[in-house]
Ligand binder design. Sequence first.
Ligand code: F6R
Length: 358
Amino acid sequence: EKAGYKHFMQKEIHEQPRTVADTITGFSSSKDEKLFEMLKDTDRLYIIACGTSYHAALVGKFWIEKFAKIPVEVDYASEFRYRDRIIDDKTAVLGISQSGETADTRFALLDAKEEGAKTIGLVNVVGSSLSREADYVLYTYCGPEIGVAATKTFTAQLVALLLLALETGIKKGTTTYTDYEKIHEELLHLPSKIEQLLQKDEEIKEIAYRYMNASDFLFLGRNINYPIALEGALKLKEISYIHAEGYPAGEMKHGPIALIDEKMPVVCVIPQDRNYEKMLSNLQEVKARKGKVISVATEGDRQIKELSDEVIYIPKTSDYLYPALTVVPLQMLSYHIATLLGKDVDQPRNLAKTVTVE
Ligand code: F6R
């Protein structure tokens, strides 16, 4: 059942070219026009989720605000439920959940529905509670995810959110056909680009070996790749038990920079997008304090080699699609660090795949 892989997590990381492709196809073949009609009229969208799904939500906010021009607020479901949010008949709430059974997300969505919000679920498990409770449902097409750490469902959530943003944008007239076509085209190349990344398994394992004994890690990113820094840190801490923090790179000088010394590995998510120069100066700040820099950078970026201790190159893509690529080496890095440390990556201590209690 692990199809020759040592762990479900590894198998699921390697399934991503297919699950991403299936989610693109699945989205197009099950478009619910009523959903886009509803979103056209929406004044405010809350996206609620927990854990990895919450990080997908944070990326989704960038796309929905960019392409569909709907103001988006992202909340942890457990926080959303107990605060005074503003809901009227032009408010929509999107709950993202792999399992569709997470109590925090379900109950928060049900509360919002009762207050009159339109509700949407983005789930992986067909027929799950959330998919039955929401007014509209979108799916990721990943098949069962068994490893406790979410991997393939995260990249599929990203794809579904991007398609949702683009489709709403087209219907609403806030996205041009040229942009729509361009991003669609890039999206179709995503599976083969992920495939190329998966071939770096040995290289990433060697990096893992060099840093596996660190007691803390920092992950930095900016803009649309900031949530990827959060996700990289979450993956590492939950399966390797190494303390890790994700930070928006620009925020580093406001505190966390005090932590940096020669023992601190800092993973910099630094693709060649419009935030590159800013990210580069943050990276230099880390180097100046003797931090060990592990960069996730775009193929062909030569200067990054001189400034980093390690570089993992990812294929070039459009600025908007980078998160779906930059996260993959971070999943692989955590996987290798955890397995080299002898941890049970499929069943980390204290964690359950589905959290059905608040
Ligand atoms: C992280 C992880 C958890 C889940 C979270 C939400 O790898 O697996 O943080 O992402 O418990 O679960 P779902 O998406 O099922 O609601």
